[in-house]
Write a protein that binds this ligand. Structure first.
Ligand code: DGY
Length: 328
């Protein structure tokens, strides 16, 4: 007896290998891009979809109400702030994500921003590129050391730990952190110390955000928090832009309240080319590249395909986010 294949709407391109794996099990509609035409095609495809796979799209009730047969969404991301988890759980739609496989790569991005801001890599590389390197650099171009400085991590999850590992073992940095609750294993491994948020902001040379965007973390860092940092503090964000009040950040950078910022995420993405952040030499801005390497993006896509195929086969996906939607 032949069974009908489930319908999957894919709004992210997969490698030929993963595409073949998905197509062997499901009828796939590929939405190549999320421009106006792509979104119109997505709306057309949703009414027959059993599964969705993709990333970087806010899938709110307005869209998902168009998909009455939807059983599962596999997000190619660790962050799940694009989804209304209560809505999905009520409809018993299984949401999965791709943790673990991107941890090390995202921590590498965090460290790239730490080094780039402290040593003014982008600003000074641009001087060379512009043909303006006419004499040896002097104090006006000097950076600040990274090794031995205090690394403050807000959100000690998997990525926070991977950052702590780099700082502690690679750069001899004392580690302080703030999270929901103290983490004894992390403290032991990296000789790390728990701090309240105000204490961390006052004591860290590098303040790094690695926590997810939730109702509690939205706007966590604003004018009051920047005021607690020192003029030498470097602020790094590899989590989500909305955790920070961007106007307050711009003010803190402009007025010298903090030294520099390394930002991979922004309140609105893509970042407006007119953003005042891009006028500031003490800002290194990257286009949300946390996990963006060939190896890691392929591993994330594989993880998402595995999650989706499991869910559509009636099995519990390995990375189920909304456990409440799982029928026992
Ligand atoms: C993630 O996996 O959440 C990355 O930030 C991409 O959105």
């Amino acid at each position: 007896m032949t069974t009908m294949k489930k319908q999957v709407v894919l709004y992210k391109k997969l490698s030929p290998l993963l595409m073949a794996r998905l197509q062997a099990q499901a009828e796939v509609t590929l939405i190549e891009s999320l421009d106006a035409t792509g979104l119109a095609r997505l709306r057309e495809a949703l009414p027959r979809a059993h599964g969705l796979l993709g990333a970087s799209l806010k899938l709110d009730a307005g869209l998902l109400d168009l998909a009455p047969h939807l059983e599962a969404i596999a997000s190619v991301s660790v962050g799940v702030d694009n989804y209304d988890i209560d809505y999905l759980s009520e409809r018993r739609i299984l949401l999965s994500n791709t943790p673990d496989v991107l941890t090390e790569t995202t921590a590498d991005t965090g460290f790239a921003l730490i080094l780039a801001t402290a040593r003014r890599v982008v600003e000074l590389a641009n001087v060379v590129r512009a043909g303006e390197w006419t004499r040896n650099v002097g104090p006006g171009q000097f950076g600040t050391d990274v090794h031995g400085k205090t690394l403050g991590i807000i959100g000690m999850g998997r990525i926070g730990e991977a950052l702590a590992q780099r700082g502690h073992f690679g750069f001899g940095m004392p580690i302080i952190y703030h999270s929901h609750s103290p983490k004894p294993a992390v403290e032991q491994r990296f000789d790390a110390q728990y701090r309240s948020l105000p204490e961390l902001l006052q004591q860290a040379d590098f303040v790094c955000l690695t926590l997810p965007l939730t109702a509690e973390t939205e706007g966590l860092i604003g004018a009051e928090q920047f005021a607690l940092m020192g003029a030498q503090t470097i602020f790094i964000n590899i989590s989500r832009g909305k955790v920070v009040d961007e106007a307050a950040l711009i003010k803190a950078l402009r007025t010298g309240q903090i030294r520099a910022a390394g930002l991979d995420v922004f309140e609105r993405e893509p970042l407006n080319p007119e953003s005042p952040l891009l006028q500031l030499n003490n800002v290194v801005a990257t286009p949300h590249i946390g996990s963006a390497t060939h190896e890691t993006r392929e591993a994330m896509a594989k993880c998402a395909v595995d999650n989706l195929l499991a869910a559509l086969a009636g099995e519990r996906p390995a990375n189920l986010v909304n456990v409440r939607a799982w029928k026992v």
